[in-house]
Design a protein around this ligand. Sequence first.
Ligand code: ARG
Ligand code: ZN
Length: 844
Amino acid sequence: ETIHLADYTPPGWLVERTELTFRLHPTATRVISRLRFRRNPRAPEQAFFLHGEDLTLISARIDGQEITPEVTDKGLTCDVPAGDFTFEAEVEISPEDNTRLEGLYMSGGIYCTQCEAEGFRRITYYPDRPDVMAPFHVRVESDMPVLLSNGNKAGEGEGWAEWDDPWPKPAYLFALVAGDLKAHPGAFTTASGKDVELNIWVREADLGKCDFAMEALIKSMRWDEEKYGREYDLDIFNLVAVSDFNMGAMENKGLNIFNSKLVLASPETATDGTYERIEAVIAHEYFHNWTGNRITCRDWFQLSLKEGLTVFRDQQFTSDMRSAPVKRIEDAGLMRSHQFREDGGPLAHPVRPESFVEINNFYTVTVYEKGAEVIGMLHRLVGPEAYRKALDLYFERHDGEAATVEDWLRVFEDSTGRDLSQFKRWYSQAGTPRLNVEESFKDGTYTLTLEQQTPPTPGQERKLPFHMPVAVGLLSPNGDEAVPTQVLELTEPRQSFTFEGLGARPILSINRDFSAPVIVTRKTTAAEEAFLLASDTDPFNRWDAGRALARRTLQQMMHEGSSPSHVYLGAIGQVLAEHGLDPALRARLLGLPGEDELAADEAAAGRAADPARIHKARESLKDAVARMHVGALQRTYMEAQTEGPYAPDAEQSGKRLLANAALSLLSRGDGGDTAREQFARADNMTLSLGALQALLSIGSGEAELAAFEERWRGDELVMDMWMSQQVQLAAPERALEVTRRLTEHPAFNAKNPNRLRAVIGALPANAAGFHDASGEGYAFLADWLIRTDKVNPQIAARLSTAFQTWKRYGERRQEMIQAQLARVAEAEGLSRDLREMVVRMRAS
Ligand code: ARG
Ligand code: ZN
């Protein structure tokens, strides 16, 4: 049942044209297909097979002749003519009973689809693989007022609509939506003068929350023309928001479908962070039109070909729209907190996995974010101009194709003349490389020696050296830049680089801008870290130095009983006083590493992580900062107030981020008075939620929680925030009780992915609560995995990743986690999705 990259074989038949008719009905939808097949001259001899799962076959015909195919729970086989032929079938499906949210399902009275990766086979019999691409013609019959599918509108009448998509596409990009929806309209004229109709489809009540998403869409369309020379290629672009959605959003050709939380926004209901995410995801899905749709993937092992590239493109977009350094810190922070965790545990896999049981389990931070980092490294190695030339060649050479990582790297090799064979290891070797640093200085010459080493990961004992760009700068002791940023190319296991003509021993600033996704292991001192935090010209490394300094003091507090370091506290004081610095950056510099990251550090140092102790140390460090810097925090808070009407732009949101960061510290000293006052006067969600968070973190906020609930009980997306904040910020000993209580709250719904993530998914984010020594957190999660698996296996599999860090903890906790994983493994009728995850996490 394991599928291997090495076993790829081209499809025996290609589809020349796909015609579908849908007679929609909540429990008995009929899907009538007419597929024109042609033998693939480049494929080996094979039996004719169409994927199909949970379908009721009503009838099938080949060239008009009724046939009786052989049907299994995976699909259908039948004898076919030697030449071209037409296959027709009628099947019945039940959208209302589809709680997995894969294929065609009903969500709040709306019919919608999610076909990536393998959902189309739950709609009809089809070669459901991305290397089979066809133009689609779709007829939808229903009394729903709005009937949508991919491509351009081909006709409509009372109770029907037809859509025609001229661009050949794989089945995973198919989409259909039908419901009582209203359009927020927009328009775009492409660079070559083509008018495109834009619509964002939502429930009537949400029409007022679409402006920002529409603006983001228009900005994305313009940006892709300017930055990549890519124009939109249909007459219409539709985007739909739905409440029940397994992931963030989906790039179906001409008909993007979104989780409503990534579309709907108003100042009162969405935070600045939500606005930023909406802008990025709208861009991401739009950019897929070229990187994903026009050029798709040959097979699912190549997933990062479209996802890594499209994440890289959306990161570039956000850097252009907002602050590039802040965006880089956010992305690097995500790599460190989430991707390094995955890469260092039982779920580690290469950016291009070599085998899988359930492909949905590989829509991961490794495939997405590390995949984007790999492209970022390529971009840095060849430079922006050569990168653009390579991309032009990629689009020219592979448009209309289902491509591979090899194809992708070949365009870079052909257009730059570089040999990327060693670089390619980033796609096949899992694990986070460690970069060990040695320095020496003599007679004005500074020598930097880098040694790379990557620990083993499941199934990969030995690693070969990577080819990586390491951006380095040297600072002189007075804070000037002695050697501005240079990109060193590391290819050997150990390699030295020299810098001559220096007046004094320089201070090293290494892996600037997070140039390579590695862990730098290096002996430094608190003084050096404080120096870099104060003086580095590279914003990412300033942030990184602050982190290192915080970790250092937290470790001393935990293991040596020390009080918070004066060096750290002093450095924070300097950051607070740096009035000229971008507020968003200042806010980031004030943040502490998360408890989960600190647990990873403990394990890396060979100690069993103690979540309660980590929590306590982190809390007392915050107390110390708050005590020491009351005055500066108050000034910062005042300085960070915004004026004029709310705008979710980089400038205002940076200020609010800083105001909320200061507020959370201030609350430790004033019993929450400032936060209560902010909560009372807030006219936007960023300030309300910031105040609520500050209160919850000091064990207060009961009245505010109640007021919040009273005001927002009718808004599911706002209630998600209300629920998840309570869980995440509960005192560890109360976390489980709070979570349990919320599963009984009327706003909770165990069938809705957003609710499950907001409540069950939030518990592991309260590390000390989840890892409570009683083991009750583990048992609670296991119960919910078993229960959720029956409803929605994809979500259950996702929630199970909370157990991936089990090895970091002491023997007792390890045993308790393993016992829960064993219990899940034995549950009856376990899905393929959850079973694969559990198997991987149980194998040591
Ligand atoms: N391609 C979509 C995106 O990157 C994600 C869809 C994932 N869906 C899934 N069932 N795994 O935005
Ligand atoms: Zn994507």
